[in-house]
Design a binder for this molecule. Structure first.
Ligand code: G3I
Length: 441
């Protein structure tokens, strides 16, 4: 059974205001504000409009880097330790626990008013050597002790725990992944969840996995059946984490929203826990938009976390899968994500003359004499964007739109490539971001 639920709070729609022409005022920071609604100007603010969070993975050894923490603090309000709460980090020797780096991340998050996802209590991977060499009832006891000790240490400070990570096999079998934990008995997952509930009764308890985004995949169905069984038998489980690592081999599936709504219909929250999408430009931006729109359409999809801050922070850095480039600039994917969170890219089912549009502008790649500007329109598929070049700036190139003019004010209109387009601007002495306003002709 699948059902699609409406979002937790009614979204404010641009249509209801029926603005006549110009609706966007672009601020110097490259963020659009509209007179139709108080659009969130950061990812966390935009997500909060519908009661959701927007998070990222954080690495403890980057907390001293201000370029990194500035972005992380401004944009995200849910923090996951990328590696620091894993088994090898927290229990390097049996019964000797080390929370130093995990605590650093929790402390940074909480002192900046953010919540924390715990990742992860029981996993076949990144086990300390002593655990890798264990089996049977000794391993089962050691695993449960680990769950209890770590969840107790962080009791009251964790929004959600990935209690068990990646316990199912890839491919068409729908079977459990073979591992030393699995070989302790099929009930190891529920035992871990019961231990986590006992240690931290207020944390939400999640099962987290990858390649569980396509509703038709055997692995997705296997996780669905596990959750359904847990709910039927009263095994404590509150949420399912979809890691959602996407690339050309594993693209955003067309049935992604069905997967989210189907899990939600079991009575658990759904969290997108490790989102990254390899690619660049408008294709990547469009994929991020699709993921956000799918989450917003499912009321129990309660938040999205990306797996890192800048492309260079990513475990898949060469695939440039994140929302900020290595220099900390907002990418087109950032803009489309922000717009989607603000509801701007929700297709208008009943477009009328006089409906407005908004445009956001952000700086992209930069070279000595020129830089790229990404523009993303929302609210209408027919639009005219006036771009105000700064000083003596001039147009060098454009893509995904028809652009007229070369200096001063440019005019951009759709060329069939969608609502995300870009220009390359010769600086000619000014590095200021051009302004842009959107109108519906
Ligand atoms: O800290 C050491 C450093 O001292 C050493 O010099 C260096 C070279 O070997 O390795 C460093 O540790 C690496 C660690 O990342 C920190 O960068 C480990 O080798 C490396 O294995 C580890 O990779 C992590 C990976 O999980 C391990 O499975 C990635 O950072 C982390 O992003 C990734 O995250 C996983 C999630 O936990 C679960 N879902 C998939 C996701 C991506 O693989």
């Amino acid at each position: 059974m699948t059902r699609t639920l409406t979002p937790p709070r009614p979204r404010r729609r641009l249509r209801a205001i029926s603005l006549a022409t110009v609706t966007a005022v672009v601020l110097a920071a490259g963020v659009a504000a509209t007179s139709a609604q108080a659009a969130g100007s950061t990812l966390q603010a935009a997500a909060a409009e519908s009661g959701r969070y927007f998070g990222t993975a954080i690495a403890a050894n980057k907390l001293s880097e201000s370029a990194y923490t500035t972005i992380a603090n401004r944009e995200f309000n849910m923090i996951t330790a990328e590696n620091e709460m894993k088994l090898d980090a927290t229990e390097p020797n049996q019964n000797q626990f080390n929370f130093t780096n995990g605590d650093r991340i929790v402390s940074w998050a909480r002192s900046n008013g953010k919540q924390v996802r715990g990742h992860t209590l029981a996993w076949h991977s990144q086990q300390p050597g002593w655990m890798q060499n264990m089996s049977g009832s000794a391993l089962r006891s050691a695993m449960l002790n680990h769950v209890t000790q770590v969840a107790t240490h962080y009791r009251g400070q964790i929004h959600s725990w990935d209690v068990v990570n990646e316990a199912f096999a890839d491919g068409s079998s729908g079977a459990r992944r073979d591992s030393n934990l699995q070989r302790t008995g099929n009930d190891w997952i529920e035992a871990a969840f019961r231990a986590a509930r006992a240690a931290d009764p207020n944390a939400k308890l999640c099962y987290n996995d990858y390649n569980t985004d396509d509703w038709t995949h055997a692995k997705t169905q296997a996780v669905y059946n596990l959750v359904r069984d847990f709910k039927a038998r009263g095994v404590p489980i509150d949420c399912v984490g979809l890691q959602s690592h996407f690339n050309s081999q594993s693209p955003v599936p067309s049935n992604y929203q069905t997967t989210l709504s189907s899990f939600a219909a079991l009575g658990v929250d759904v969290q997108i826990t490790e989102l990254d999408i390899e690619g660049s430009g408008s294709a990547q931006a469009d994929n991020y938009r699709r993921v956000v729109e799918a989450c917003l359409a499912v009321s129990r999809c309660t938040g999205i976390s990306v797996w890192g801050v800048r492309d260079t922070d990513s475990w898949r850095a060469s695939g440039t899968p994140l929302l900020f480039d290595g220099n900390g600039n907002k990418k087109a994917a950032y803009t489309s994500t922000l717009n989607a969170l603000n509801g701007g890219s929700t297709p208008d089912p009943d477009p009328e003359p006089g409906d407005g549009c908004t445009v956001t502008v952000s700086r992209a790649n930069e070279w000595g004499d020129r830089f790229n500007v990404s523009l993303a329109v929302s609210g209408s598929s027919t639009w005219r964007v006036s771009i105000g070049l700064q000083g003596a700036q001039s147009l060098q190139n454009s893509w995904n739109a028809t652009v007229s003019g070369t200096s001063g004010t440019l005019t951009a209109t759709p060329n069939g490539a969608g609502n995300n387009f870009g220009i390359t601007v010769y600086k000619n002495g000014s590095t200021n971001l051009p302004t842009a306003t959107c109108s519906v002709p």
